[in-house]
Ligand binder design. Structure first.
Ligand code: S3P
Length: 427
């Protein structure tokens, strides 16, 4: 698998802030991570290498230079939200722009905490373009996340590096922890743990500024969110057998595999080890016919509550998988899906219906009827890479031909997707 997108963004950003040169191996080939690299280059960071093996000559925590033009984050929410945290603590003005999808996504969730830290930010009604008037004397804050978002958590922690004091983020739902892990690798003292907050179990992560980062060589594990499409397809196509090696199996990212197992599918993680402070393993899948979820026979498998943020990118794919399972699937508490690269609830419902599945849409999720006989149809991914890939899996399961319009949008996270799929699917 190509390198993990979330970890690649963070590796590039932390290497850019470090003192000294860091090398990065298996850097993501995604358009999103390329956007992060071009923004860093525009901020004066020297980056060398071909597309997956990079050497980044860090500018130091206060060494970035004002960009001569707007920083284009493309389709990438992670680029915009994490970079905003860094730029809030720099002594110059930056403008962050994005494509049409990114310009419609909510940025109030990072603007509010960054303003509490003392940054001046203007936006178009809480949306990009963002104009950030940064400065080096941000205030340290203690902040409880209002939206369960690793991007928001990471933005605040990165801004915390430029404060004088302890910046703490409290989360009531677990989100991916790659920022905490990579900051630790680059020598930042970061505290993490469980906390009781307002009588509830919560988690916290805290950094103390001013911090300095020392260069580090990072090896990026394969992207489990990209592997997910292959894993689901192999698990559902009888007679399949698939092994995915060197893939990231960070505990905050593998809940998708647990859900597949709860649906009676044959998926296991083997050969676990740590590399660059991230767990890496091999995933084995066997395809079989006749899947039963462990819930009572004709009620859907329910996916809801505190686990949703740890499955967020795989939910459209789980909806597709659910259409093949006895009892189907119901996903709730996932209103966040409506503000991803597309409205993923609407896009999933529309395309599943086009293929012949029964779908009920809710404000915060959907219910998909089980054991659907999917028939090939025209799928509109709405420019959203994860919808295009989830419905490629649906197309493999459907009778007849499916046409996915605008399928090149997969390049946002996984440019090699179709080529790699062709290499493992038997005709
Ligand atoms: C990401 C976090 C998630 C995820 C996105 C990548 C990250 O977003 O959907 O694809 O790298 O931090 P939120 O944390 O905003 O839910």
């Amino acid at each position: 698998m190509p390198g993990d997108k979330s970890i690649s963004h963070r590796a590039a950003l932390t290497a850019a802030l470090a003192d000294g040169t860091s090398s990065i191996r298996n850097f993501s080939t995604s358009a999103d991570c390329t956007a992060t690299l071009s923004c860093l280059a525009a901020l004066g960071v020297a980056i060398e290498g071909d597309n997956t093996a990079l050497a980044i000559n860090g500018a130091g925590i206060d060494g970035l230079r004002e960009s001569s033009g707007p920083l284009d984050c493309g389709n990438s929410g992670t680029t915009m939200r994490l970079l905003a945290g860094i730029l809030a603590g720099q002594d110059f003005k930056s403008t962050l722009t994005g494509d049409e999808s990114l310009s419609s996504r909510p940025m109030g969730r990072i603007i509010e905490p960054l303003q509490m830290m003392g940054a001046r930010i203007s936006s178009r009604d809480g949306r990009a373009p963002l104009v950030i008037h940064g400065h080096r004397k941000l205030n340290a804050i203690s902040y409880e996340l209002l939206v369960a978002s690793a991007q928001v958590k990471s933005c605040i922690l990165l801004a915390g590096l430029s404060t004088t004091g302890r910046t703490e983020v409290i989360e009531n739902e677990i989100t991916r922890d790659h920022t905490e892990r990579i900051l630790r690798s680059f020598g930042v003292q970061i505290e993490t743990g469980d906390a009781e907050h307002k009588g509830k179990n919560a988690r916290f992560a805290a950094v103390t500024g001013p911090a300095r980062l020392s260069s580090h060589n990072v090896s990026i594990p394969g992207d489990i969110s990209s592997a997910a499409y292959f894993i689901a397809a192999a698990a559902l196509l009888p007679g399949s057998s698939l092994e995915v090696s060197d893939v990231g199996v960070n505990p905050t990212r593998v809940l998708f595999l647990e859900q597949l197992r709860a649906l009676g599918l044959d998926v296991e993680i083997t050969k676990m080890q740590e590399d660059s402070n991230e767990p890496v393993g091999e995933i084995r899948v066997r395809g079989s016919a006749g899947h039963n979820s462990s819930s009572p026979s004709d009620s859907p498998l329910m996916i809801r509550g505190l686990i949703i943020p740890q499955l967020i990118d795989e939910l459209p794919l789980l909806a597709v998988v659910g259409s093949q399972i006895k009892g189907g699937i119901e996903i709730r508490n996932a209103a966040e899906l409506r503000v991803k690269e597309s409205d993923r609830i609407a896009a999933t419902a529309q395309n599943l219906r086009a293929l012949g599945a029964e779908v009920v849409e809710f404000d915060d999720g959907l219910r998909v009827g089980g054991e659907a006989r999917l028939r090939g149809a025209k799928v509109d991914p709405r420019g959203d890479h994860r919808i295009a890939m989830a419905f490629t899996v649906a197309a493999l399961l459907a009778e007849g031909e499916t046409e996915i319009t605008d399928s090149e949008c997969v390049a946002v996270s996984f440019p090699e997707f179709f080529e790699l799929l062709e290499s493992v699917v038997e005709r």
